[in-house]
Write a protein that binds this ligand. Structure first.
Ligand SMILES: [Zn+2]
Length: 54
C-alpha cells in the first residue's frame, strides 16, 4: 500500500483558514504551516491563522 500523504504527516483533505494581515484577504489552503503560506491576493507572507470548524 502506498500512502504518500502519511510521509508528510498531514492529511490532504484538511483545510486551514488564513487571513492576510496586509490586505485582509481571507483564504483557505491545505498548507498547515503558516510559515509556508503566502497570500494569494498580494503575495504577502504576513498572514495569521483563523480558527476553522469543520
Ligand atoms: Zn494579502
Amino acid at each position: 500500500m502506498k500512502r504518500l500523504t502519511s510521509m508528510l504527516g498531514r492529511e490532504p483533505s484538511r483545510e486551514y483558514e488564513y487571513q492576510c494581515l496586509a490586505c485582509s484577504e481571507h483564504f483557505v489552503t491545505d498548507e498547515a504551516h503558516m510559515a509556508r503560506v503566502s497570500c494569494p491576493g498580494c503575495g504577502s507572507a504576513d498572514v495569521r491563522s483563523v480558527a476553522a470548524e469543520h
